[in-house]
Design a binder for this molecule. Structure first.
Ligand code: PLP
Length: 521
């Protein structure tokens, strides 16, 4: 029986009382004062008013946040089988290492000679990612998957620009199963997005692709295995078609869990790929922290006369090893670079988490993680495929890789119970919902991914609950509309939560809205 804690928890600002403190800044040591005199902060750096901070004691802070975590759910409570978004267990050893003050207390402008340890970590991570993706260069700079995509699209743009063909290379081809960030990144970089459909087996429709490709094709973005969890069977033919018109192939490697250690974007013929450290390589994400989305490239000549190569276009800095001086150095951005997208190396902490994950598993361990993730998915498919109301569209007999998309369309048609109701039914028993309503080409989609973190018992438990939900849907559908009842927050109003009139992301905005509401009374 599951019941989540429910606290009537005020905002931390509402707990504030003037003069309460959680930390008292010590008086300056008299000896130091005598040695350096009065420390004067320059007037222009001083604030006129103290900042608006909540005034609370340490115990209040601890209790406040502990209560909030009790009303929440994360991968430390149970499975988070979010398809595409790979939520793995985050090994504690990685936290231990990444939060070592020898990493967290470094300043990015410190002399390189004093940060050799961190540079060595980042250098090895770069090298390993090259091996894992089969690429020639990796750059750790972008801060997220979508950020890596934008970098990749800007690279593609610059590639065509330097070759004097940007005026005709205007289009990026994206399959209809793509992650939403793909068309968004392509259009942010100034391209027109051309969508190609999937065939009934979940592969890209090759005839449609051939019809879409032409002089104006700047490149193609895909994820393989696709968001349906299916490996693209015609990948070599696809790369050949795109390369034949001098287009670049972009690999969305947000999730490598279906192929890591088995095949590589570089071997499939891709030119640019990003990797989400915060998915495949375990760093927490979403509410759990910032991410890192390195991009890797297969080198190719951009302008033979000027000797410009694709790696010259990479953003930000790369770590290089100077053999002569036996030290690590930062290099870049070069003259032809697309520039800086982020300060320095991007987000270092998630990069260190990824480094520890790879180092602790080793090459064999990474392969095993892939095997386990794929086995988990296909075992789950076996448990769920004949349950009433669910189906597995697109190549139902094909093996899935790291994830599977189940459709609850039949259930909805026959009982009115939707994918969202199914998701709420999972929350009601203390499980996390899968990704729902994505990819868009599957109606009433429940996109599920267990990763290598979950045990056979957890997967069976999940399937069992989905079976129970189906039984309830066919016998008492109105009950399904009430879920969840055991969570601290009941069913939320999806629209209201996102409405600009009600959304108050900061305390100041909240106060302004409250004042406005008062004056309207
Ligand atoms: C998560 C994801 C992205 C975007 O990554 P962010 O770090 O969230 O920006 C892109 N493509 C796919 C397939 C993803 O799963």
């Amino acid at each position: 029986m599951f019941r989540q804690a429910r606290w009537d928890e005020p905002l931390i600002f509402e707990l504030s009382r003037p003069g309460r403190r959680g930390f008292i800044v010590p008086e300056i040591d008299p000896a130091i004062k005598e040695a350096v005199g009065d420390i004067k902060i320059p007037a222009k750096l001083r604030r006129e008013k103290p900042p608006e901070l909540p005034e609370v004691s340490e115990v209040e802070v601890i209790r406040h946040y502990t209560r909030l975590t009790q009303m929440s759910y994360g991968v430390d409570n149970g499975p988070v089988p979010l398809g595409s978004c790979t939520m793995k267990y985050n090994p504690r050893v990685a936290f231990e290492i990444a939060f070592d003050p020898r990493i967290t207390m470094l300043h990015p402008l410190q002399d390189e000679r004093t940060v050799q340890g961190l540079l060595e970590i980042l250098y090895h991570l770069q090298e390993w990612l090259k091996h894992i993706t089969g690429m020639d260069y990796c750059c750790l700079h972008p801060a997220a998957g979508a950020h890596g995509e934008l970098a990749g699209m800007l690279l593609t743009r610059k590639y065509h620009e330097l070759r004097g063909q940007l005026d005709k290379k205007r289009e990026i081809i994206v399959p209809d199963s793509a992650h939403g960030t793909n068309p968004a990144s392509a259009s942010m970089a100034g391209f027109k997005v051309v969508e190609v459909p999937s065939d009934e087996n979940g592969n890209i429709d090759l005839d449609a692709l051939r019809a879409a490709v032409g002089e104006s094709t700047a490149g193609l973005m895909i994820t393989n295995p696709s968001t349906l969890g299916l490996f693209e069977e015609n990948i070599e033919e696809i790369t050949r078609i795109i390369h034949s018109v001098d287009g670049l192939l972009y690999y969305d490697g947000a999730n490598l869990n279906g192929i890591m250690g088995y095949t590589r974007p570089g071997d499939m013929g891709f030119d640019i790929a990003h990797i989400n450290i915060h998915k495949t390589f375990s760093s927490p994400h979403g509410g759990g922290g910032p991410g890192a989305g390195p991009i890797c490239i297969k080198d190719r000549v951009v302008d033979p006369d000027k000797n410009i190569w694709l790696h010259d276009l990479l953003p930000g800095y790369r770590v290089v090893y100077d053999e002569e001086k036996d030290m690590y150095r930062l290099e870049g951005p070069s003259k032809h670079s697309i520039g800086l997208l982020k300060t320095f190396f991007g987000n270092v902490i998630p990069l260190v988490w990824g480094y520890v994950y790879i180092l602790s598993l080793g090459a064999r361990g990474l392969r095993l993680a892939t095997e386990q993730a794929v086995l988990n998915t296909n075992y789950f498919v076996e448990l769920i495929k004949d349950v009433r109301g669910y189906s597995i569209p697109y190549g139902p007999g094909r093996h899935r890789k790291h994830e599977v998309v189940i459709s609850a369309e039949k259930m909805k048609d026959e009982t009115g119970v939707t994918a969202e109701d199914v998701a709420k039914g999972l929350l009601d028993v203390g499980l996390h919902a899968p990704t729902i309503y994505f990819p868009l080409i599957v109606k009433e989609a429940l996109m599920t991914e267990f990763t290598e973190s979950e045990t056979i018992e957890n997967i069976e438990e999940y399937a069992k609950r989905l079976k129970e939900i189906s039984q309830i849907a066919y016998t008492n559908p109105s009950k399904a509309k009430e879920w969840p009842l055991s969570t601290s927050v009941k069913r939320i109003d999806n629209v209201r939560a996102n409405h600009p009139k009600t959304l108050a992301p900061t305390w100041r905005i909240y106060l302004r809205k409250m004042r406005k509401a008062d004056s309207n009374v």
